[in-house]
Design a protein around this ligand. Structure first.
Ligand code: HEM
Length: 519
């Protein structure tokens, strides 16, 4: 039945809309948002401090604002309120304890809606689909499940130590291969021997596109989503992400279907894809949703592991006395006839503390990954409006003198002496609440075995200049946006004893044989 409206109906409708908008604007103006910079009218709501240098790391701006306005800050991006938290206890209070309303991600027109069609977990809006996609991750990477990857991580780290021996200058590439192979084995049951493989290049490209589109304030459609009301042919900004989406979709589905074929042939190695393809385990998700779900470890797990490993090397170059102390512990427990293994973990408390301090001193996700709030909320007398983006500026939290006295000092002992359960079980680098990094157990295992074996095998020494003087890499030179890593630097890896080489070669050979099961 056709419905017709008369002028009076339309006027009433317009009146209701205008009243609702007016009430909302009144609420936003009259309720007290946390303090912070306010953009001028002529800045069209885009804060000038963030506009000036779009490539500058936002955590630095947030940090400066924290000093000026306090630990809870607000500003506007377009007409969207953004909250920034710079103290961990406030973040735990909001993002963890009130996780039922602080677990959304901000609306991302470019990265999530156009490029990923709401399929990528990292930017996934909170809701039923998120819960299912997240379950796929937690099932595949829980603390318990992560234990089953230790064997593969042990062998991959043996290969990594041998790669460093053979070509130390290519350390960054070796670590990337190590990290890539681990996440690929977890997702698809297949290892990666060579980064030149087309499938790796394509996945890297997909990740690069995703992080490019996630940059806050970089795209006008993110600041002004109302541009989506334009007729489609006039939405110039959607063509490229939509074209890339099609390509990414084909990539992820192809990888997923290859596992299905292996399952039919009985040649599959258990992995996230095979579990998702097992009858009764798909949680009612479509093939496309599952294919994107199992791709998540690649998106979020390669750059992060690589960045943390490079950061560790950088920190050891700047703190040789701490490297020595950790090596003394390792030598005492392990000796020189074999490399450290996961079974030694409990006997290496200093190494465990060193790993935590390494993640604290240079957090590789310095401004965290933004959450969003799904209901109006009040905190400490401030109003936090529904829909606000919420950044937890991890870099500030790691340098909070109340939590970490003398925060500028690199001192692993702070994690040995502590009785604070938050520092004993230190997952602050991995985020908060229902969005906490689901890969944290896998990542911690990769980092632990890498650090243990690297320190057992090598002295990490600065590069030498033409006059044979040591050159320390710059601690301020970092590249990246959401995840940052040290700008390219040079250093030397010197085998600590002649028999180290023999052990590395023998364990490398054994790893080659054992890893054939993942080929
Ligand atoms: C040292 C290495 C790593 C660090 C520091 C790290 C850190 C983080 C952080 C801060 C978040 C956002 C949490 C939040 O929103 O509150 C995150 C999310 C995520 N991480 Fe990691 N991560 C690491 C390694 C990994 C690895 C190895 C994997 C997979 C194997 C992984 C998979 C993910 C996924 C899938 C998400 C998105 C979760 C969601 O949005 O619900 N991460 N990570």
């Amino acid at each position: 039945m056709a419905v017709s409206y008369n002028t009076a109906d339309l006027l009433v409708l317009a009146g209701v809309v205008v009243s609702l908008v007016a009430v909302r604007l009144y609420q936003l103006r009259s309720r007290k948002l946390p303090p912070g910079p306010r953009a001028s009218f002529w800045a069209f709501g885009v804060n000038k401090a963030l506009r000036k240098k779009p490539t500058e790391h936002v955590w630095k701006t947030f940090s400066a604002w924290g000093k000026q306005y306090g630990p809870l800050i607000s500003y506007y991006l377009g007409n969207k309120p953004v909250i920034v938290i710079t103290k961990a206890d406030l973040a735990w209070e909001l993002l963890e304890k009130r996780g039922d309303i602080y677990s959304d991600r901000p609306r991302q027109v470019m990265a999530q809606e156009l490029l990923s069609r709401n399929l990528r977990l990292l930017g996934q809006r909170y809701g039923e689909r998120f819960k299912k996609l997240r379950t796929i991750q937690t099932q595949g990477m829980s603390g318990h499940q992560a234990l089953t990857y230790r064997q593969m991580q042990t062998y991959e780290s043996a290969v990594l130590m041998r790669d460093i021996l053979q070509d130390p200058a290519a350390i960054s590439t070796h670590i990337q291969r190590f990290a890539t192979s681990i996440v690929f084995s977890i997702s698809y049951g297949t290892r990666i021997q060579n980064l030149d493989a087309e499938i790796v290049e394509n996945n890297n490209l997909a990740v690069n596109h995703a992080s490019r589109y996630m940059k806050p304030g970089a795209y006008i459609a993110d600041t002004y989503p109302s541009l989506l009301w334009l007729p489609k042919p006039l939405q110039w900004f959607r063509y490229e992400p939509e074209r890339l989406h099609k390509w990414m979709n084909e990539l992820y589905i192809k990888l997923f279907r290859e596992v299905a074929v292996k399952m039919e042939n009985g040649t599959v190695r258990e992995c996230a894809s095979s579990r998702a393809l097992t009858p009764g385990k798909s949680l009612g998700l479509t093939e496309t949703e599952l294919a994107w779900a199992v791709s998540a470890p690649f998106t979020a797990g390669v750059d992060t592991t690589k960045a943390s490993s490079l950061v560790f090397i950088l920190e050891m170059l700047h703190h040789p006395h701490i490297m020595k102390k950790a090596q003394e512990e390792i030598d005492r427990v392990i000796g020189d006839k074999r490399m450290p293994a996961f079974a030694d973990e409990d006997q290496l408390p200093y190494l465990a503390a060193l790993m935590k301090e390494s993640l604290r001193w240079i957090p590789i996700a310095p401004s965290g990954v933004p959450h969003a709030v799904t209901k109006d909320d009040y905190f400490n007398g401030y109003f936090i409006p529904k829909g606000a983006t919420v950044f937890a500026n991890l870099r500030d939290m790691m340098y909070d003198p109340e939590l970490f006295p003398d925060p500028e000092v690199f001192r692993p002992e702070r994690f040995l002496d502590t009785k604070n359960p938050r520092l004993i079980d230190f997952n602050l680098p991995f985020g908060f609440g229902r969005r906490i990094c689901p890969g944290l157990h896998v990542a911690s295992q990769s980092l632990w075995i890498f650090m243990a074996r690297l320190l057992w095998a090598y002295d990490i020494l600065p590069a030498l200049d033409a006059d044979k003087k040591p050159v320390l890499p710059d601690l301020e030179a970092f590249v990246g946006m959401l995840v940052v890593q040290p700008a390219r630097f040079e250093c030397r890896f010197v085998p600590r004893r002649p028999d180290v080489v023999t052990v590395i070669e023998a364990e490398g050979l054994e790893a080659d044989i054992e890893l054939k099961a993942w080929d």
